[in-house]
Design a protein around this ligand. Sequence first.
Ligand code: FUB
Length: 427
Amino acid sequence: MAAFAGIHAQNPIITGQFTADPTARVFDGKLYLYPSHDIPSPIERLKEWFCMADYHVFSSENLVDWTDHGVILSQEDVPWGDAGSYSMWAPDCVYKDGKYYFFFPASPKGKKGFNIGVAVSDRPYGPFQPLAEPIKGVNGIDPCVLLDKDGQAYLYWSGRGLNVARLKSNLTELDSEPMQVMDVKDGFKEGPFAFERNGKYYLTYPWVKDKTECLAYAMSDSPTGPFEYTGIIMEQSPTGCWTNHHSLVQYKGQWYLFYHHNDYSPEFDKNRSVRIDSLSFNADGTIRQVIPTLRGVGLTDARRNIQIDRYSARSGEEASIDFLNPEKKFDGWKTLLSRNGAWVDYNRVDFGEGQLRRLYARVMSDTGGTLRVCAGGKVVAELVVPESVSDWETLSVPVTVSPAGVCDLRVSLSEGSGVQVDWIRFE
Ligand code: FUB
C-alpha cells in the first residue's frame, strides 16, 4: 500500500526511515528510487554494522513529493537467502519486455559472502517474486545492470574489485565469464554504476582515495572497458559518512546525482539517508563535480512549510542548524539566527500567481527579535517575535508585497538576537 508520510522535498529526501544506496530509474515517465533500507540492528552481531531486512521502493514525478510504495521484497522471501542475515544490500532494477527485474545482493544459506539474486514483477513498485537461485558465477555485492542500445545487457558488481559480465536475454544468467574492469590496488572501490551517454560508457563508483568514499568515474568506448579514470564526481562526505553509494539519471531533461549521507544519524554512519543534487556535463562529456547541498532539487511551494534549515546559503556561524529534538531526529531541524544581521537563503520557492497575503512562521525566542523575509530581493514581511515565546508558536503577519512566480527567499534577523525558526509558510 502506498504511504505518503515522512517525505521531504529537500535533502535528505526521505524521512521516517533510513535509506541508502539509491538507484534511480525512469519508468513510464516517473522516477523510481530503489534504495537499501538501513535499520538499527535487532541482533547483537550487527549492532555496529550494516543491517537491512527488506527493500522499499519510492516514486516521484517532481522529485519533491515522494510516494513510499512499501516493502517490495523481504529477506524471508528469498528462497536461497539466509533469512536472518539482514544483508539486503544495494539493489538495482531494470525493465525489459514487459517485466521489471530487481537485482539484489544477499547472504546465501549456509555459506559466507554474498550472491546476487533477481526478483521479477509486472510493475515497477512490485511486489517482486524472487527466483529460486541466485545468478550463477557471481559472488559479490552492489549489482548494476546496463541495457545497451543494441539490447545487450551487462551486469556490473563489486567483489574483489569491479567486475562485468554479459547477461543472457533472460537477464537471470551470465552469458560470459566475469571480467575485472578495475582492481582494488589504489584504494577500495565498490558500488559501480554504469551508463551510456553520447556513445561513451561511464563507470562511476565510490572510491577510497583518502579516508572515506568519494564518488569517482572512468570512461570508455565500450561497456566492458578498458575504462580510463576521468575524475571525481563528489568529494568524501563532510559529515564523515564512510560510504557513499550513488546513481546518475536523466529526468525531464536534467541530470541528477542520487547519493547518501548520514544526516539523521550523525553518530552512526551505517544508518544513512538518500539525497539528490543536480549534475551536469561539460561539452567534452566529462562530469562537473557536484557539491552536496541541503536544499536539494525542485521547487518548494510557498504555501507549504518551507524548511529554511535546508538553506541554499547562510551568513555564517550566527545562522546555525540543530535537530528540533535530538531524541527524535526524524522530526527534522530548526534554524537559529543568533545575531542581528544573521540570514539564511532558500532558493526556488514557487509563489504561483502572487495571491499570498500572510506569512506564518513557527518560532521560539527567549530574547525576541524581528524576522525579515525578502523574496526576489524585496522585503515582503517583517514578523516581530516577542521575547515571551519560550515554546514553539506559530505567529503570522500580513505580507506587504505579494511575491509572484519563482523567487529566492532570504530570512534574516533585522532586530534583536536569538530567534529559532522551525519553518515559514505563506497563505
Ligand atoms: O549498504 C551496504 C553497502 O555499503 C553497499 O552495498 C555499499 O555500496 C555501501 O554503500
